[in-house]
Design a protein around this ligand. Sequence first.
Ligand code: UDP
Length: 435
Amino acid sequence: MSTKPLLLNVRSRDVDCNQQKRYLGTELNCPISACLLLISLPILIFDTCIAVIKGKAIFDYALKQDCLGRTVQYQQFSSGIFKGLPMLWAVLTKRISLCGMPVDIKLNKQQIERLQSYSFISAGLFDAVTLHQASGLATNEKSELLIQQFSANRLGYCSLLLKAAITTFLYNNNKSQLKTPAVFTLFGLKINNDSMTDAVDWVMSDQNIEQDTEQKLKGCKTGCFVNVNSVNLAAVDPQLGVNLNAANRSFADGSGLRIAAKTLGINIKDNLNGTDMLPHLCKAAEAQGVSIYLLGAKPGVAVATAKNLLKQYPRLRIAGAEHGYFERTQDNNAVERINHSNAEILLLAMGSPIQEKWLEDNAPHLTCRTALAVGGLFDFYSGHISRSPIWMRELGLEWVWRLMQEPKSKFKRYVIGNPLFLIRTFVFNRASRGF
Ligand code: UDP
């Protein structure tokens, strides 16, 4: 079967004018790419010279497919730096767009059908789905996200371009060169590299025997989220590391872990944090009639969370909601109340390292199917703390928002903790390469 480079032959005049549709912002492609090409002229000359000196062809070509199955020819320098710069020429000559249809992203039949009416939009260097994937935001509604992208105005186009350029620089180091193992270890902590769908399925599953480890569980299965804060805490509190590794599943939470994993050549599938996971869990629990128990946070917060969840998911079964400020001698009573409620999923929101230790001590006595340590989750869903705007999450900067909201209590965690984590990542990386 011949692979015909369709897109290269598609010029703006071929666009079906009857559709009267326009992707606002694409008229910025030419001026932006022309300026960038002009600025990068020294690099273009440098890369050409390097190829000539090495006696190699100046350009490499590759054929890729956009999500509608159209073939796109990619051209890059064979040697030198910023090898992808020739793609700007393809933008200038209107063969591709700066922001457009995603390339190398698989969509299902329904999603492709939904996007057929946007087939006048050519493949892009950047797109909303790739942006979400680069920063690890779980994206189930890919076609929805793309339709939003294509309906944006010029400002939306520029903002996508800027965000995509930043995230590509920060997080997306050519995924094809990264491995995606099912489980890996980072700073001595085990991470299960699950997608959001896999993680939710695992939480909902009523199997109490871990098939992969053949470990027979006493009590319920346990899940934790590993983030920059847990890594920093575990570095000075080895017991937290032991407790995290004892959990049956540990999910990678946040852009910090993504950066650290990338330096080890590992691609993290999805950014799995409790806040993003909860809506998926509630939908699944509502559909399957599974009940949830909320334990943790200050008095009143778990109850307020339960009320808010019931407004959104009226058929959700909340088995109980109570605060997390009690003496450890009272743990047995809490376990009894949870078991008595016949809850199937326990969400434990006491923050690290308390919640991980609590699970280690009490999970063997719980009769629910899964207990998940979710940190400050209830503070968000009760409305006590607002979530960061989506653009901050897209850039992996949710922590900046939390710092702005609680500057005193989060100062140590973020202002000291984040640079410390980056230093740790650098040292860990050097050490694993033998310095
Ligand atoms: N918390 C609790 N019991 C305690 C200490 C803390 O229930 O003994 C709660 C606290 O009120 C907050 C959560 O645990 O709701 C910790 O939130 P944090 O933002 O520190 O957690 P993260 O999500 O960052 O792990």
